[in-house]
Every structure is written in structure tokens, then in C-alpha cells.
Ligand binder design. Structure first.
Ligand SMILES: C[S@@+](CC[C@H](N)C(=O)[O-])C[C@H]1O[C@@H](n2cnc3c(N)ncnc32)[C@H](O)[C@@H]1O
Length: 282
């Protein structure tokens, strides 16, 4: 499963199902029930531990033991069978299916964006978007760095959008799909998604961000691009800064004519480009 790298949540569903097939099959063959259950548990754990993210490791590993407890007693055994539907319904409400391919709710750690305002100064009124704003922790961190900026948040989950709007009265928070939204008027797009989302973000930024605008990503790099700057105030949570026009790893630091225009400076084709252009805002 890990080798084939199927779309989430297939690894979880396949592990839960196969663990049950294994346990029931073993019991049919006359294996001691506790040995069969221990085998199912070991199977779930072995697949769970191969997942790249902590929350996925937990979900893949915990599905079989939880469902076994539901059926056979234990702390949750007294619950009626329909009780399963409650957490599932809450999950479906919080994370509509279309957001599963990107990131679930992991908030930006409080100090992760500290220093961003210094590394990337923006004028008052600059348009900054937190694409997938969740509960608003990213917006709060951005607001600390850019109190004068025009902050926007887009979130697909309706309850999260409501909670975010309530927490971030200073920002304009809307329910929308970040991939369908128009990024062309923005000065900064801030993302905290998943490694799998980054190629999509790269393509969209290439298509839509104007020269001088920035793509800022927490934790996950844009594949094939060299960052303009990397900050890391929270260990393990680097902040990657990329400025349009973007280049590939080989050419990002070379000053092209388009880049020189965006930088507002003269530079030689072989020299590194240090963009200084301030974002435009209307
Ligand atoms: C890792 S959380 C980050 C939350 C927030 N940006 C922060 O840093 O605190 C990612 C958020 O993106 C949202 N999301 C994922 N895909 C989305 C999409 N296509 N459109 C809008 N929101 C999306 C998820 O619902 C989740 O709340």
C-alpha cells in the first residue's frame, strides 16, 4: 500500500478491511482468537507505521482495534452501533471529501512565522491570502507580522470557516476552494497544506501570481524551485519563500530579463537576483 502510494483515505480503509479479513480467516482456520486478534493488530500497526504523517499513522493503526473493541466490549463496547456514525458525521462536516487530498486541520504553530515580516516586508494594504485557513492560526500569525496588511482566508469546511471568521475579525474569511480561487490580485499566498499539494500550488502560482508576488509555504517545499529565503523559527517547520517570476532549481537564482524587471534592478545573466520590488496594492 505504501509502495503504491494510493490516495488518502484508501490506505486506512484497505488496512482496516484487510485486518478484519485476516482475523476472520485465521479464526476460520481454527487459530486461537487472541492470536488472530494479535495478528490483526500487528498487521494494522505495520501498515500504520509506514504512513508519512503522525495523524495518518494513528488513523490507519487505530481503526481495527477500535472496531474490534466496539464489537467485543472494552471501554467503547457499550456504545450502540450507530454511535460510529457520530464521529464520522463530525469528520465529514469538518473535512468535506474534496479537502482530503490536501491537508487536514493542523494549525500553524504560534511562532512559526516569526520574522516573516522582516524577511519579507510588505506595505500597508498588501493583499495576503491564507489558502486553507482552517481555524485561523495561520491568519493570526500573519496578522502579528503584518498588522497593516489586507488579510484574507479561504476555507472549504463550513464549520472551520465560521470558527475562523469568529477568531479573526481582522480578516476577510470566505468559504471557497483554494484551487478554484483567483490568485492574480494577491501579493502573498500563504500555504500550509501537504507535500502532495505542492505541485498543484506550483502550477497555479506559475499561472496566476504576478511578477513580484510571493508564495510562502510552511513546512513543505515547492518541488523543483529554489526558495528566495528559508526561515526556521520552529524546528521542523521551515517557512519557504518564493517570489514570482519563479524559476526552476537550475535557474531560480539566475537573473533573467523578466526577473530583473520584477526586481526593479539591473543584473547580469550570471548573477544572483535579489528581488527588492515591493508588492503593488490598490
Ligand atoms: C493544515 S490546515 C492549515 C490551517 C491554517 N492555514 C493554519 O496554518 O493554521 C489546512 C486547511 O486547508 C483546508 N483545505 C484543504 N483543501 C482545501 C481546499 N481545496 N480549499 C479550501 N480549503 C482547503 C483544510 O480544511 C484545512 O483546514
Amino acid at each position: 500500500m505504501a509502495m503504491l502510494n494510493p490516495r488518502w483515505p484508501l490506505p486506512a480503509l484497505a488496512t482496516w478491511l484487510s485486518a478484519w479479513v485476516l482475523v476472520l480467516g485465521a479464526q476460520r482456520l481454527g487459530v486461537e482468537p487472541w492470536v488472530a486478534v494479535a495478528t490483526g493488530l500487528g498487521w494494522s500497526l505495520s501498515w500504520g507505521l509506514q504512513q508519512s504523517q503522525r495523524w495518518r499513522r494513528l488513523m490507519v493503526s487505530a481503526g481495527f482495534p477500535l472496531s474490534w473493541l466496539m464489537l467485543h466490549g472494552g471501554p467503547v463496547g457499550a456504545w450502540p452501533a450507530w454511535a460510529w456514525l457520530v464521529p464520522l458525521a463530525v469528520l465529514a462536516l469538518l473535512y468535506p471529501r474534496s479537502t482530503w487530498g490536501d491537508a487536514p486541520l493542523f494549525p500553524t504553530p504560534k511562532n512559526a512565522l516569526q520574522g516573516l515580516g522582516q524577511a519579507l516586508p510588505l506595505p500597508a494594504g498588501a493583499r495576503v491570502l491564507d489558502a486553507g485557513c482552517g481555524l485561523g492560526d495561520g491568519l493570526l500569525a500573519l496578522h502579528r507580522e503584518y498588522p497593516q496588511a489586507h488579510l484574507q482566508g479561504l476555507e472549504w469546511s463550513a464549520p472551520l470557516r465560521l470558527a475562523c471568521a469568529w477568531r479573526c475579525g481582522f480578516a476577510q474569511v470566505q468559504r471557497a476552494d483554494i484551487w478554484a480561487a483567483d490568485w492574480s490580485q494577491l501579493d502573498v499566498v500563504y500555504l500550509f497544506q501537504r507535500p502532495e499539494s505542492m505541485p498543484k500550488a506550483r502550477d497555479k502560482a506559475l499561472r496566476e501570481l504576478r511578477p513580484g508576488a510571493w508564495l510562502v509555504s510552511l513546512e513543505f517545499e515547492v518541488p523543483g524551485w529554489t526558495p528566495h529565503t528559508k526561515l526556521e523559527t520552529v524546528p521542523g517547520k521551515p517557512v519557504w519563500l518564493y517570489q514570482a517570476p519563479f524559476g526552476t532549481t537550475a535557474s531560480t537564482n539566475r537573473c533573467t530579463a523578466a526577473k530583473a524587471r520584477a526586481c526593479g534592478q539591473q543584473c547580469q545573466a550570471s548573477t544572483a537576483c535579489a528581488p527588492t520590488r515591493q508588492p503593488s496594492h490598490s
